[in-house]
Design a protein around this ligand. Structure first.
Ligand code: GLN
Length: 391
C-alpha cells in the first residue's frame, strides 16, 4: 500500500464544517451566519495598543508561556471576578487562541487509552482534539429544549480510565449556561474519579437575562483539578488575533507549557501587549457587550421564527440552535447547502456538533455576532426560503 497518505489520526476526522461553510459562503456570495466571528469593529483602544506595541518594536518572541503583563492581567481579572487566587507565573499560559489552549492541554495531559467525557452537542474541535491527543471520547447528551443532562447518564460515563471532562459554558452551539447545581454534579464526579475538568469559558462575558457565569474552578475542591481556558477572540471581537490562555493548577502547568512551546513557541508578542490593555477595560465595557449581543439575539430570534425555524433560545454565547424539520429536507447538510446556494445565507449543519450525524440531522446553527444590517439582509434573503418550501 502506498505511503503517500495522511496518518491514521488525520484520516479519522474531516475538515471543519464550520470553516467550510465560510468558504462556501464566499463562493456563493451569501450572508455568513455560520462561522462565529464578528463583522463589526474591535474596540479602538485595543487596536491602538496593538499598533503602538508594533511601533515600539515589541516584534520578537515573547516568553514562550506568555508576556508577563498579559499573564498578570489574566490572573488579576479572574481573581477579581471570582475570588480565586491565581498565580501568573505558575498557572497562566498564553496560547495561539483557545483552540491551541485546548490542544496543548489535551496533548499535555492525555495518554493513549485515557477517556474524556464530552457533552454533546459539542463544539466541533473537541472531536479532533480527542483523536490527536489519543483520548477515547465518551459522549453525554445535552437534551433540548433546555439542554440539560441526565445525572445518571453522566455518572455512567465516568470510570477508572476517565482522565478529564470537557465543559463549555456559556455553551457553543446551544447557548446553555451551566447552573451551579449542574456544575456541582460534574465536580462531585471529578472528585470521585480523580478526573480533571477542562473548562472552555470563551463566552464568559456574552451572557443574557440575568444568568451568571460560574467557573467550575470555583466549586469546592475543583481549583486543584480544573484547567480553565479563555481568550481575547470573543470578548474583544478579535478572533483573527489568535490570543488565548489556560489557567491551570501548578501541577499541570509544566505539561501544558511544554506542549505549547513545541507546537507554536508563542502567540503574537505585540498582540499580547494589546491583550493586557484589553483586560483592563472598565466593567461597563462588558455590560455593554452583553447588552449589544442580547439585542442581536432578540433580532435574529424574531427573524428565524418568522421564517419557520423552531429556535432554542440561547442564554449565553452568540449562536442559535434551530430545528429545521418544518422544511422537509432529508437532512441538515442538504438544507444548509440549499440555504447558502439558493437562498444566500450560510449556517452550520447540526450534525457537525454530534458524534452520530443522524442526531443532528434536524438541526442548524446560526450565529448572530453580526451588524444589524447583516441580520436584516439575511432576513430579506430568507423571504425566498419561505416561498420556496413552506406551503
Ligand atoms: N467558535 C467559532 C464557531 O463555532 C469559530 C471557531 C473557528 O472557526 N475557529 O463558529
Amino acid at each position: 500500500m502506498s505511503k503517500l497518505t495522511g496518518s491514521k489520526k488525520a484520516t479519522q476526522f474531516t475538515e471543519s464544517v464550520i470553516r467550510e461553510m465560510t468558504r462556501l459562503n464566499h463562493l456563493y456570495g451569501g450572508v455568513n451566519l455560520s462561522q462565529g466571528f464578528p463583522d463589526f469593529a474591535a474596540p479602538a483602544a485595543i487596536k491602538e495598543a496593538a499598533c503602538t506595541a508594533i511601533n515600539e518594536d515589541v516584534n520578537q518572541y515573547a516568553v514562550t508561556w506568555g508576556a508577563r503583563p498579559l499573564r498578570e492581567a489574566v490572573a488579576r481579572e479572574f481573581t477579581r471576578r471570582y475570588g480565586l487566587p491565581v498565580a501568573a507565573d505558575e498557572q497562566v499560559t498564553v496560547c495561539c487562541g483557545s483552540t491551541e489552549a485546548m490542544m496543548a492541554t489535551m496533548m499535555g495531559i492525555i495518554d493513549p487509552g485515557d477517556e474524556v467525557v464530552i457533552f454533546e452537542p459539542f463544539y466541533e474541535n473537541y472531536g479532533p482534539d480527542a483523536i490527536l491527543s489519543g483520548a477515547t471520547p465518551r459522549y453525554v447528551t445535552l437534551h433540548e429544549p433546555d439542554w440539560t443532562f441526565d445525572p445518571d447518564e453522566l455518572a455512567a460515563a465516568f470510570n477508572d480510565r476517565t482522565k478529564a471532562i470537557i465543559i463549555n459554558t456559556p455553551n457553543n452551539p446551544t447557548g446553555k449556561v451551566f447552573t451551579r447545581e449542574e456544575l456541582e454534579t460534574i465536580a462531585a464526579l471529578c472528585r470521585k474519579w480523580d478526573a480533571i475538568a477542562i473548562s472552555d469559558e470563551i463566552y464568559e462575558h456574552i451572557i443574557y437575562d440575568g444568568r451568571q457565569h460560574i467557573p467550575i474552578a470555583t466549586i469546592d475542591g475543583m481549583a486543584d483539578r480544573t484547567i480553565t481556558m479563555n481568550g481575547l477572540s470573543k470578548t474583544y471581537s478579535v478572533t483573527g488575533w489568535r490570543v488565548g490562555w489556560t489557567i491551570s493548577p501548578p501541577s499541570l502547568t509544566g505539561a501544558i507549557r511544554k506542549v505549547h512551546d513545541f507546537l507554536t513557541v508563542g502567540a503574537a508578542a505585540p498582540l499580547q501587549e494589546a491583550g493586557a490593555i484589553a483586560l483592563g477595560l472598565p466593567d461597563t465595557y462588558y455590560t455593554d457587550l452583553a447588552e449589544a449581543y442580547r439585542r442581536r439575539r432578540d433580532t435574529l430570534l424574531e427573524i428565524l421564527e418568522r421564517h419557520h425555524f423552531t429556535c432554542y433560545k440561547p442564554y449565553g454565547a452568540y449562536y442559535i440552535m434551530t430545528d429545521i424539520s418544518a422544511f422537509g429536507f432529508p437532512n441538515d447538510i442538504e438544507f444548509a447547502r440549499y440555504l447558502v446556494k439558493d437562498v444566500g445565507v450560510a449556517a452550520v449543519p447540526g450534525s457537525s456538533f454530534y458524534k452520530n450525524a443522524a442526531t443532528g440531522a434536524t438541526k442548524l446553527r446560526f450565529c448572530f455576532c453580526k451588524r444589524d444590517e447583516t441580520l436584516r439582509e439575511a432576513d430579506r434573503r430568507m423571504a425566498k426560503l419561505v416561498a420556496a418550501t413552506v406551503h
